[in-house]
Design a protein around this ligand. Structure first.
Ligand code: TTP
Length: 192
């Protein structure tokens, strides 16, 4: 039986996988994430997800299936995590009243069979108009700072979301529908 390792520091990704009742361990990757806005954003998330999974696969002993992921928000440009409150304000202001994409790249590596699969998932998110006062109050909750696009749909930013098209879990950081398909199709593993 293969060990499953989640190569992520994100508590949200851990929660999503735990929800499925799968046995896995977490090993945080040592990849320093750099968002190069000149590259194709879909490839970027795949490359970063792969770099995280690969980094962990090189540091562990024994056979394992390693899962890495990377999430960005796309609205005119690639939006990662805000560096400070001012940037969080600017990002949220730009998302107000508009639709944007949340893209998560996912990489799965089987270190024994030297097999690897990388794909990405896109979810469209529609925000209502958000007033400056609401943006400032939201920033005070502390929610935006460790999240791509400066918001968490699973938290108080749910108040801003009119509708979404696609996988909700993809927005939270782990496209579970796609991951389930990859595991079944390429790694012969069934989460059910
Ligand atoms: C848009 C959005 C993002 N996010 C989070 C998911 C990711 O944790 C984070 C994007 O940052 P990532 O760089 O993808 O991940 P991470 O640094 O948190 O963890 P690691 O690299 O170790 O895997 O934003 C939410 O939790 N809710 C949301 O609604």
């Amino acid at each position: 039986m293969y060990r499953v390792i989640l190569a992520s520091n994100s508590p949200r990704r851990k929660d999503i996988l735990e929800n499925l009742g799968i046995k896995f361990s977490v090993v945080t990757s040592e990849v320093e994430e750099k968002i190069d806005c000149s590259v194709d954003p879909y490839n970027l998330t795949c490359d970063l997800a792969y770099a995280k999974a690969k980094n962990v696969s090189e540091r562990i002993e024994g056979k394992a299936i390693i899962i890495g992921a990377d999430t960005v928000v796309l609205h005119q440009k690639i939006l990662g995590k805000p560096r400070n409150h001012q940037e969080a304000y600017e990002i949220l202001k730009s998302l107000s009243g508009k639709a944007h994409e949340v893209v998560t790249g996912i990489a799965v590596i089987d270190n024994d069979r030297k097999k690897q699969v990388t794909e990405y998932e896109v979810t469209k998110v529609y925000f209502r108009e958000i007033s400056d006062e609401e943006i400032l109050k939201y920033i005070q909750t502390g929610e935006p700072m460790d999240k791509a696009g400066a918001y968490g749909i699973q938290g108080k930013a749910s108040l801003f979301v009119k509708k979404i098209e696609g996988d909700y879990y993809n927005v939270v950081g782990l496209p579970i529908f796609r991951l389930g398909k990859i595991m079944h199709r390429y790694f012969n593993m069934n989460f059910l």
